[in-house]
Design a protein around this ligand. Structure first.
Ligand code: FES
Ligand SMILES: [Fe+2]
Length: 370
């Protein structure tokens, strides 16, 4: 798929942002879906209408009426069925099955129960409504069992706090994701006097290992030149270790443990359209729950970081209009290369039905300066 070798930079022009189907994606935050309201969303260019049934359980229908394509989200919802606002056809909110066609006469031969609006498997977790995207039509094979797990935020105690941040990124999913795992932009994009400067660049060596559908930066002591870790050490009095996983299709999970204290986060870059993604950051922690210091750090540093990343993506889009090719340079861009290799292997395995061939064969140390 590309000319990769371990010496020179590899040139890729395959960052086309192809969608990975058969995975869970976060569609909306829980609080955006309430009452009898139908809320519009989009995932992988599929239009969705989300709502909650009378018991509060979320559902996701394809926002296109099978009759004449009127968006179902303009319709009425009674807690069980959605009524299309054009000709009043009614559909079961969870299965999409047509329950009623008002124009039919008593002797009509049409079996309305054979008509379905597209519908998607739906789950609520960590403050998000997640949708399983098997395909764009919202037609999962009957009785299909799904292997992809919903990527929950890891928690290590019964009580903890949680915070959410998000932003739209005007790029395709590939650029969003490799931006997320890129260690070399930190000192240039995220510099601030209280955080770090370019002068703080130093050589790093990190151990990586393959995990199912992804790779892990093995547990290590966090960089000594980053402020949150210094703060963490100050609060907990314990040395911290951190583990960072990337898992297909779009998930980065970071776990920081310091004695009985922990802080974990999940960042996803979700394709909305070819040219638009949404970054969702969800953090959980048990450090001083009665004193909002972590919450404060997350709500002050988090938006600033995300804004810096968003600005970089916006500016990069200006150049990508003229040149889609890019160079991936070892070792700093190796995780990005792995991402492309993992994605290609996943698409290949979906195409052939054969088990996925993992591109990372064993533990490997990457070295870069950042
Ligand atoms: S378009 Fe929906 S009922 Fe006709
Ligand atoms: Fe960044």
């Amino acid at each position: 798929m590309n000319d990769m070798n371990d010496t020179g930079p590899s040139r890729l022009n395959n960052a086309g942002g192809e969608f990975l189907w058969n995975f869970w994606y976060p569609a909306l935050r829980s609080e955006q879906v309430y009452g009898r309201k139908l809320t519009r969303a989009m995932l992988l260019e599929a239009p969705l209408a989300l709502g909650r049934d009378a018991a509060g359980k979320p559902f996701a229908l394809r926002d296109v009426c099978p009759h004449r394509a009127f968006p179902l989200s303009f319709g009425q919802f009674d807690g069980a069925t959605v009524e299309c606002a054009y000709h009043g056809w009614r559909f079961d909110a969870h299965t999409g099955q047509c329950k009623h066609i008002p124009s039919l006469t008593a002797d009509s031969k049409l079996k309305c129960e054979r008509i379905y609006a597209g519908s998607y498997r739906c789950a609520e977790r960590d403050g998000y409504i997640w949708v399983f995207m098997a395909n764009t039509e919202g037609r999962e094979a009957a009785g299909a069992s799904i292997s992809a797990a919903l990527p929950e935020v890891p928690t290590f105690s019964a009580r903890y706090k949680m915070a959410h941040l998000w932003a739209e990124l005007p790029c395709n999913v590939d650029h969003g994701i490799i931006g997320l795992m890129d260690p070399a932009h930190g000192p240039f994009v995220h510099q601030a006097w209280w955080w770090r400067s370019r002068r703080s660049i130093r050589e790093k060596a990190k151990q990586y290992e393959p995990i199912a559908n992804g790779f892990r930066m093995s547990p290590h002591a966090p960089s000594a030149n980053s402020a949150p870790y210094k703060i963490l050490k100050l609060i907990t009095g314990e040395p911290a270790t951190t583990t960072i996983d990337f898992v297909l299709p779009n998930v980065r999970i970071e776990q920081i443990r310091a004695g009985r204290y922990w802080l974990s986060s999940r960042t996803t870059v979700t394709p909305i359209r070819r040219d638009l993604c949404r970054l969702d950051f969800c953090a959980a922690w048990n450090i001083l729950p009665w004193f909002p210091v972590v919450s404060l750090i997350i709500h002050v540093l988090g938006p600033r970081f995300i804004r810096q990343d968003t600005e970089v993506i916006e500016k990069q889009a200006l150049g990508l209009k003229y040149q889609e090719r890019m160079m991936l340079v070892d070792d700093a861009d190796r995780p990005a290369r792995w991402y492309f290799e993992l994605k290609a292997a996943c698409l290949e395995s979906q195409r052939t039905g054969m088990p996925m061939e993992h591109p990372v064969s064993g533990p490997v140390t990457l070295r870069w300066r950042s």
